[in-house]
Write a protein that binds this ligand. Structure first.
Ligand code: ADP
Ligand code: MG
Length: 604
């Protein structure tokens, strides 16, 4: 058996190398390492924002500038009003001030631009990136294009960090704290909500995640990391001017994140390291080759970027880990389920027979097309109702009105006596309605366990700070234990730690049911759950649904498979051309001539 080492050993070795580096390296290399640390901090923000959250920003350099200028002005200006001047007493105070200013600006800019979708968001970030850059260059108090000098060194534990090999330790301490903070954050309830932004917004909202808030959270964190980098930069250089905070640096930071691996926290470090080293090397080499001076390295970066986008979309980090894995086998981080974790509080289910869902005369028109016409149906607790009908009958449209994704043209849907229309998906989820999707919506690169845990989002409450500082572990254990219980309940236990994307389609549908159950619903809406399931799996699903029904959950099933429905449900509503053509017990409906005509095409 090959011996396998823990990732902690590698991190420990890395820290040891970092610790001795300034003692053994020439000063020039220490300065390069400082830049790597400073850039990696900004790229780390982009990992969170762009790589994980899917929000592309070209404007991070501007936030670096805010951090740098905030401290530069406050520590050097003699013209500040008295109520501000006290901040200049120590760089540590100006760090706090810079972070506060940055957070306020990020919230303002974020609330204006984060709603933009598609290409408009990156364009928006370019716009404010450029604006801030010109602001740095034109404002008198910021020293215009000549900049500000005479910035004091940082004092720490009585030491003055004057030299590059002294501030080195502070830079790398900041970076490592940043890496661990982001790493912890991603491995939490908030982290799952953040990861759901990329590709799973509708699903995440239906599970109770406030996606607008998650976007803002990562935008602010990325801005704060950039600000801290700017603060360190200003006190390393002891001088600032606008040049390093322009759009070209914003683009370079994005290069670093993408080349290093925008989806991985350590990718930021690899990317920053590679760009700094390459830049240095090429700046010496290329002008010698071409016989003239110029920024030739930018051309090479462009080519590398295009190559990476073609051949290694996920960046270098995953390739690097795969290669190291061959030489030094590192144990994959294992999730452990704490079976002893205290179960989450449960909703009190309404007594059997309580009216849960009451759709009254729902009509939905799309232009001239009437997709639902005067549809009424009811679901009670402890009951399974099937909504069936041929393709295009209007089932999914009805499903959408019920789940609150769409609003009826006329008529209304009541859930527990309250109108569904006008409430957002989160509110409806909180009230106890949970759903699956006809076209499976999950996060394919996340494990089955984590996917299902998203369903339990509303049953936890720990936020960003608690996650970042690992104060959420007790709650996290309860959430994961709940997810694991639901996975066992639906019979997917052997796939608990597999990537969700590796499951067969039928199993992915089952995963969605487990995720819906993790929210502890009283009403379950299932859109074609048996599609793609094999006979045995269908039987198991039917058994599960019967069990849920006995526990008192109400279930609305939109289904195609007649045999599956008939042996299982209590009542059936049949639709055709947007209208209800029959309702009743499965046996009655099955014999109804109108249903036979419509649904089975007249075949006996
Ligand atoms: P089913 O789920 O029973 O197969 P749907 O509810 O998806 O049926 O569709 C019912 C009818 O409504 C179809 O003719 C479909 O083309 C139409 N329809 C559904 N959604 C929309 C929409 N957003 N805009 C226009 N027409 C739609
Ligand atoms: Mg449909």
């Amino acid at each position: 058996m090959r011996s396998v080492i823990s990732p902690r050993v590698l991190i420990g070795a890395f820290m040891l190398v970092l610790l001795v580096a300034p003692a053994v390296l020439p000063p020039f290399y220490v300065t390069k390492l400082n830049y790597i640390g400073l850039y990696a901090m900004v790229a780390l923000g982009l990992v969170l924002l762009t790589g994980v959250g899917g929000l592309t920003s070209f404007g991070q350099a501007a936030f670096v500038g805010v951090g740098a200028y905030a401290t530069a002005v406050l520590t050097t200006s003699s013209a500040l009003p008295g109520w501000l001047a006290w901040l200049g007493a120590s760089p540590w105070l100006t760090l706090g001030a810079g972070l506060v200013i940055t957070a306020a600006m990020a919230i303002l800019i974020g609330s204006l631009t984060l709603k933009l979708s598609g290409h408009y968001l990156p364009l928006g970030t370019i716009a404010w990136g450029i604006s801030l850059y010109f602001l740095f260059g034109t404002m008198q108090i910021l020293g215009g294009h000549t900049g500000l000098g005479g910035i004091p060194a940082i004092h720490l534990f009585g030491f003055e960090l004057r030299q590059d090999n002294e501030i080195y330790y502070l830079i790398w301490a900041f970076l490592l704290v940043g890496v661990f903070t982001v790493h912890n954050l991603l491995d939490s309830r908030e982290g799952r909500a953040i990861r759901a932004l990329k590709g799973g917004m509708v699903m995440a909202e239906a599970m109770g995640v406030n996606t607008a808030r998650s976007r803002m959270v990562i935008f602010v964190i990325a801005a704060l990391l950039a600000c801290a980098s700017g603060w360190l930069y200003a006190h390393m250089q002891r001088f600032v001017n606008p040049t390093p905070f322009g759009l070209h640096m914003g683009i370079e930071f994005l290069f670093m994140a993408v080349i290093g691996g925008a989806g991985y926290v350590w990718g930021a470090l690899i990317g920053a390291g590679l760009i700094v080293v390459l830049k240095h090397w090429l700046q010496g080499l290329l002008p010698a080759i071409f016989g003239q001076s110029g920024n030739f390295e930018i051309i090479v970066f462009g080519v590398i970027m295009v190559f990476v986008l073609h051949k290694a979309r996920n960046g270098l980090w995953p390739i690097l880990t795969r290669l190291t894995q061959r030489v030094i086998p590192v144990r994959a981080a294992q999730r452990r389920i704490d079976a002893a974790a205290e179960p989450l509080a449960r909703r009190e289910l309404p007594i059997a027979g309580t009216l849960l869902l009451d759709a009254k005369n729902v009509t939905r028109k799309f232009g001239g097309l009437v997709a639902n016409k005067d549809m009424s149906l009811q679901v009670r607790s402890g009951e399974i109702l099937a909504l069936i009908g041929p393709n295009g009958a209007g089932k999914s449209t009805m499903f959408n009105q019920i789940s609150g994704v769409d609003t009826p043209t006329s008529g209304e849907v009541l859930f527990l006596g309250q109108a569904v229309a006008g409430r957002d998906s989160r509110e409806i989820a909180r009230m106890g309605m949970s759903r699956t999707f006809q076209h499976v919506r999950m996060l394919p690169t996340m494990s089955v366990l984590e996917n299902v845990a998203i369903g339990a989002h509303l049953r936890g409450s720990k936020g960003v700070l608690a996650s970042a500082w690992r104060l959420d572990r007790a709650e996290e254990a309860r959430l994961l234990a709940e997810a694991a219980r639901q996975i066992e309940r639906v019979g997917l236990a052997e796939h608990m730690f597999d990537e969700a994307g590796s499951l067969a389609l039928g199993q992915q549908r089952i995963l969605e049911i487990a995720r819906a159950l993790a929210s502890d619903p009283c009403l379950l809406l299932l859109d074609e759950p048996a599609a793609g399931l094999r006979y045995k799996e269908k039987q198991a699903l039917a058994e599960l649904l019967r069990k849920l029904k006995r526990e008192g959950i109400g279930i609305l099933l939109v289904e195609h498979d007649m045999d599956f429905v008939m042996g299982l449900v209590d009542r059936v509503v049949v639709m055709e051309f947007g209208e209800k053509i029959a309702e009743g017990l499965p046996d009655q409906v099955q014999r109804d001539p109108a249903v036979l005509e419509a649904y089975l095409g007249g075949v006996e």
